[in-house]
Design a protein around this ligand. Sequence first.
Ligand SMILES: *[C@@H]1O[C@H](CO)[C@@H](O)[C@H](O)[C@H]1NC(C)=O
Ligand SMILES: *[C@@H]1O[C@H](CO)[C@@H](O)[C@H](O)[C@H]1NC(C)=O
Ligand SMILES: *[C@@H]1O[C@H](CO)[C@@H](O)[C@H](O)[C@H]1NC(C)=O
Length: 480
Amino acid sequence: MLQKVSCPSLISLLLLGFLVSVSHVAALSEDGVRPYVVERGNRRSLVVTEDGEISSAEISAGTKGPYHIQFITLEPDSLLLPVLLHADMVFYVHTGNGKLRWTDGGKEMKRMNLRRGDVCRLPAGSVFCVQSNLDPEREKMRIHAIFSNTDEGIYDPSIGAYSSINDLVLGFDGKILNAAFKVPEEVLEEIASAPKPPPVVHAVTEGGKDDSLYDIGNKHKKTKETKTFNILDADPDFENCNGWSLTVDKWSLKSLRDSNIGIFMVHLTKGSMMGPHWNPMATEIAVVLHGQGMIRVVCPGTANESECKNMRFKVKEGDVFAVSRFHPMAQMSFNNDSFVFMGFSSSTKRNHPQFLTGKSSILRMVDRSILAVSFSVTNTTMDQLLNAQEDALILDCTSCAEEEDEKMKGEIEKEKQEEEATMREEEREREEEEEEEEEREREEEEREEEERERDEEEARKRGGEKRRKEEEEKREQEES
Ligand SMILES: *[C@@H]1O[C@H](CO)[C@@H](O)[C@H](O)[C@H]1NC(C)=O
Ligand SMILES: *[C@@H]1O[C@H](CO)[C@@H](O)[C@H](O)[C@H]1NC(C)=O
Ligand SMILES: *[C@@H]1O[C@H](CO)[C@@H](O)[C@H](O)[C@H]1NC(C)=O
């Protein structure tokens, strides 16, 4: 009987994570940085030129990670110079449009027009470059990419994401290059002594002849046009007046077939919530595209409290946040704005998010009387809990984010006060220790003083003794 109940008991723990408000703080780590969020301002800047920028975020979720995300921004009519991919790359075009050219396996050059909403994957070993269009609105081209060079979608920093094509060539000495390319030394010298261009430059094509870039000296090879998948054109998996969501993975999108990375997008209208759910197979790494939102994450199980805490945090446009598998979460929009995020899910197995509430609730699948025991309530209460919500997945949640925000601020304030109290306590202990130390030193000095006095006394005594002895001897001599 006990065993039978123990399974839904855990489920009740997960649900209670959302009900109980006295939970742990937004899990600030020692340096004050929330571990599962990389704020826009904390990204690492990799490239800054007047033609574009590249920044990165490394993010872990629980024990999994790091996941490596790059944000590539191209000014209109700019070019990301060709690089060799060391990792699987899946990316999303957030704004602007342009062209992608790539080769995998060196058989042929492929070509693709890119626009907002496009999702694309390039396998490790591809050489690729991206050029932004000079569009009338002069919109920048923004790409969000994830790189993974392990089966789990994790990034191995020792290999890196990619390397520039000229580094690959110029790593060899003149002699080897000379033999390999069979060109006069002057040519190689010119190439070797030329300044290294930044990774992003002004587009090299002139007057809209956009095919010139790759096809110079290559005219007999035709580039092959490939069609992209556009997430904004696709039908959502789910949609109601509170928002919509869409997931694509290797099972639903052919171009992701050999990859362990999927893409998802969630659009919450004002005052809504992606209902409490967890991913049994996937870790989610999300990027906020629009607005602000509150994320509530419940720690599953109680294995180690110091490693796993219930968290709530606020995210805004450009922030990256990660949630591990099995961690129940809910994302909420504020009443004054919609909240949109896209992200990457890393999974080798098929993932079906499991929801706690509504029509598709996993709780509705568990025998009601067992559930009643695991929550220690009556059947009737359990019915009331489960039957009221007719909506599924994305729910109305007016002022939920605002309330979470208030709670988070309270928790941060409390944590700060506790930290200050701890610091004051430590300060007091240090002072006490110093006093004790002084006391010990004083005692030590006193003891030394006493010893010195005792020694002197003895010396004096010994001196007297000696004199007495000498006098005695003298007397004896005189007598004899
Ligand atoms: C819990 O995690 C902390 C931090 O990683 C570790 O120091 C501690 O030993 C762990 N406790 C148990 C009971 O595993
Ligand atoms: C909406 O409200 C939230 C919280 O009250 C606030 O942080 C945010 O700046 C507001 N956003 C806009 C667009 O006014
Ligand atoms: C709850 O319902 C089950 C059957 O659905 C029944 O056996 C049990 O006695 C009920 N418990 C209570 C406390 O009413």
